[in-house]
Write a protein that binds this ligand. Structure first.
Ligand code: ADP
Length: 759
């Protein structure tokens, strides 16, 4: 709606008021004047009747008509307002009358009927017709003038009001409004003072606007300062990230030398002391690297540089990966690490599995680290609603625990229960801080409960999207286990429960025994009932009768000489080949067993001619058909050149070394290597640029694709992308390990062969 100005509103209101006042006053004036006119006429009529009556009394008494008519005509002629006069007798007969000589019948007149009397005696009646036209015209004129004057004075008054309103209200208001608008839009103008006559109220308002102006100025200054601070912080943050990337590069480069050389020394003939020294160098190097990774990780999260990925993954497998990774550490100190994955939970989810594994490794790793004996139990449960599963992952340990007053602090960065001076355990104090932040990024959280000395429970809550993909685990060695009867023997109730859940989930019927003796009783009971077990799944380390003894006891029973046995042990080679031979159908699995692995080992043990195969070793390096690979190493650091040379010393490879990017490009032109190992940071020309040039040479000359593997000390994942975008085929982060290096060379050159032969 378009708004009108206040002046316009005042003008309209005043005009309406003037009209109303004029109308009211006009009406009053009309009434008054009309009344006055009537009064005047009455007085004149009375006067005329009494004069004429007096003058013509004698003629009236004798009814001298001619005299009377002459008198009456005379009277009419003298007074223009008299229209007609009649003299009536007492019984109202006309005695005489006279009329003004006029055209049409007059419309505006009044009639007066008065007695003609003398000394209280009425002699006749006189009727006078009196014209009111003139009087009414006068009244109208009077009323017109009154209205005119009223309108004029109201108009003048309105103008005066308008002027005053403008001066006293509108002008100060406009000035204040202008000032306010300027303040809001941040316009700087010299302040205009209010006129001297401005009222107290406007002065107060103006003062308030002044205060607001000051507040705005302060706010603007603060915002400017903030903006500048933010820019400075952005620059500093960028510098920090760059510094970290650089530091990581600077530290990783020499670390590559240290760890690589230590690895190489360990492969040589060493006496015990020398081996211990080299081992220490290698493990200290690895520890230092963990610390660098932690710090780098933490500052990346702090800088908001962590982007979560989303992929479909099997959570149970991911959890088992963590358990497998941690179990050697746990086994070293007689700590058992077990995993329970609620069979009712979906297995396949969508999320950042790398980060989830990192968090669980951290928490479970702490549990293993701070537990000297007993167990670490990881329990994965949750509730699913539609697509979303609210997972609850708890890690329980029987370790040293955390005092109550410290429990809230351990989630902060660099906070540890025991001070630096009294530290018994390694660590940076960053693990929990990183895990907490990662979990929160994923929409989850973490909490801890603990008794000092009595172990701790860390509970992670994590909402994850359930994937629509198939959740059925793939059993490579598929045998249907449904309906099979199994006797589970383990002294730990937790283990019995987990095994029970898993096996029942596969459709097996479980009988549980807490010791070797109970197991033998269960077997005897079954025999007595004429039943048989299809399988015995037994723990190795048990108090009283251990797994080995139980196995032999079972074999002494004639009915059970061929009963398939699966022994779970946390010690490798707990049964020597001779013993296994003696036991017959017996499979051994290393704890912690993964779900698939357990399924496989049970399946294997049930096959009629199950061969007792030792767990398969790591895949042997695939030979390259006796061919010698030409490897071009572009690396400026002398130590690292040496490390790579030595690592590839036994490989069928001929190594050429370029000390910078330019030399690398030149050597590529001259000798066309089979594979290039390219350091990212080199003087003169860096690895990215050199790769781009090599790819260009290939394109221009229609040459085959030469695999280029980046060797980089930068641990940021963006670097990996940069390498791949520049046309590299692989990526190795320093410090480089011999096996990883050789595998990467093999992989890329095999792919290359396939590309060449088109298979
Ligand atoms: P770090 O393990 O590198 O010292 P963390 O942030 O992972 O750093 O843990 C912080 C501290 O919390 C540890 O130093 C330890 O004192 C305490 N802590 C964490 N987990 C456990 C646990 N399971 N049992 C006892 N103490 C723990």
């Amino acid at each position: 709606m378009k708004r009108t100005s206040i002046l316009f509103q005042i003008v309209v209101s005043m005009a309406l008021a003037a009209a109303l006042v004029a109308w009211v006053i006009g009406d009053l004036a009309r009434r008054y004047e009309t009344q006055r006119l009537t009064q005047q006429l009455t007085e004149q009529a009375d006067l005329t009747v009494s004069l004429l009556g007096g003058l013509m009394l004698d003629a009236i008494i004798v009814e001298d008509v001619p005299v009377l008519e002459t008198g009456l005509t005379e009277a009419i002629a003298r007074n223009s307002k008299l229209l007609a006069i009649q003299i009536l007798s007492e019984n109202r007969n006309v005695i005489a009358e006279a009329n003004a000589v006029q055209g049409p019948e007059p419309r505006n007149y009044v009639l007066y009927d008065r007695p003609v009397e003398w000394d209280g005696v009425i002699f006749a009646h006189m009727v006078v017709q009196w014209s009111t036209s003139e009087g009414q015209a006068m009244v109208q004129e009077k009323v017109r003038q009154t209205i005119l004057w009223t309108v004029l004075s109201v108009g003048v008054l309105s103008l005066l009001v308008l002027f005053l309103t403008h001066m006293l209200a509108m002008r100060p208001l406009q000035m204040i409004h202008q000032r306010m608008s300027d303040a809001i839009s941040g316009l700087k103008r010299p302040t205009e003072h209010l006129p001297w006559y401005a009222s107290q109220e406007f002065s107060a308002l103006n003062f308030s606007v002044g205060v607001m102006e000051d507040t705005f100025v302060e706010r603007d200054e603060r915002e400017f300062a903030l903006e500048q601070a933010r820019e400075a912080a952005d620059i500093a943050n960028g510098a920090k990230s760059e510094f970290l990337a650089n530091m990581s590069h600077e530290i990783r480069t020499p670390m590559n030398g240290v760890i690589g050389m230590a690895e190489l020394i360990l492969e040589t003939d060493l006496d015990e002391d020398q081996k211990m020294y080299a081992d220490t160098i290698a493990t200290s190097g690895a520890a230092l690297l963990t610390i660098i990774n932690d710090i780098l990780n933490f500052s990346k999260i702090e800088a908001g540089k962590v982007e979560l990925e989303s992929e479909t993954f099997n959570l149970q497998t991911a959890m088992e990966d963590v358990v497998t990774l941690l179990s050697p550490k746990a086994a070293e100190k007689d700590v058992e690490i077990t995993l329970r994955y609620d069979p009712d939970l979906p297995a396949v989810f969508e999320g950042d599995v790398g980060r989830i594994r990192q968090v669980i490794t951290n928490i479970a790793g702490n549990a293993v680290k701070f537990t000297l004996e007993g167990y670490v139990f990881i329990d994965v449960s949750g509730s699913t609603k539609g697509d979303l599963c609210d997972l609850s992952i708890s890690v329980t340990d029987t370790g040293i625990g955390i005092p109550e007053d410290k429990i809230d602090h351990i989630f902060n960065a660099f906070e540890q229960v025991d001070g630096a001076a009294t530290r018994n355990f390694e660590g940076t104090g960053l693990g929990l801080a990183i895990s907490t932040r990662l979990l929160r990024l994923m929409g989850g959280d973490i909490s801890a409960r603990s008794d000092a000395g009595g172990g701790s429970v860390f509970t992670m809550l994590l909402p994850l999207l359930v994937s629509g993909d198939s959740c059925e685990p793939v059993w490579p060695d598929h045998v249907d286990l449904k309906g099979l009867k199994v006797l589970v023997v383990d002294d730990l109730e937790l283990n019995r429960t987990i095994l029970f859940e898993r096996l029942t989930n596969w459709g097996m019927h479980c009988t549980l025994a807490a010791s070797g003796y109970e197991a033998l009783d269960a077997l005897a009971g079954a025999r007595a009932r004429g039943e048989t077990f299809d399988l015995v799944l037994q723990d190795y380390q048990m108090p009283g009768m251990d797994g080995r003894e139980l196995a032999f006891q079972i074999r002494t029973i004639p009915e059970h000489v061929a009963l398939p046995l699966v022994i779970l042990s946390s010690v490798e080679q707990s049964l020597d080949p001779g013993t296994r031979q003696a036991l017959g159908a017996c499979e051994l699995a290393l704890k912690p067993v993964r779900s698939t692995q357990l399924h496989n080992v049970i399946s294997r043990s049930l096959r009629p001619h199950a061969a007792s195969v030792a767990p398969s070793a790591a895949p042997e390096a695939v030979a390259l058909d006796g061919k010698t690979l030409k490897v071009l190493l572009a690396e400026d650091n002398k130590t690292n050149q040496l490390v790579v040379r030595k690592m590839l010393k036994d490989a069928p490879a001929e190594i050429m070394v370029a000390a910078d990017g330019i030399e690398a490009v030149q050597m590529y032109r001259d000798s066309r290597p089979d594979v290039v190992l390219m350091d990212m940071m080199m003087p003169e020309m860096d690895g990215l640029e050199a790769t781009l040039i090599i790819r260009e040479i290939e394109a221009v000359n229609h040459l085959g694709h030469c695999p280029i593997i980046a060797l980089t000390a930068n641990a940021m994942s963006t670097d990996k992308e940069k390498c791949l975008r520049a046309g590299m085929d692989g990526f190795l982060s320093k410090p480089i390990h011999k096996k990883a290096l050789w595998e990467a060379i093999q992989k890329t050159s095999q792919i290359n062969d396939m590309l060449r032969t088109g298979t």
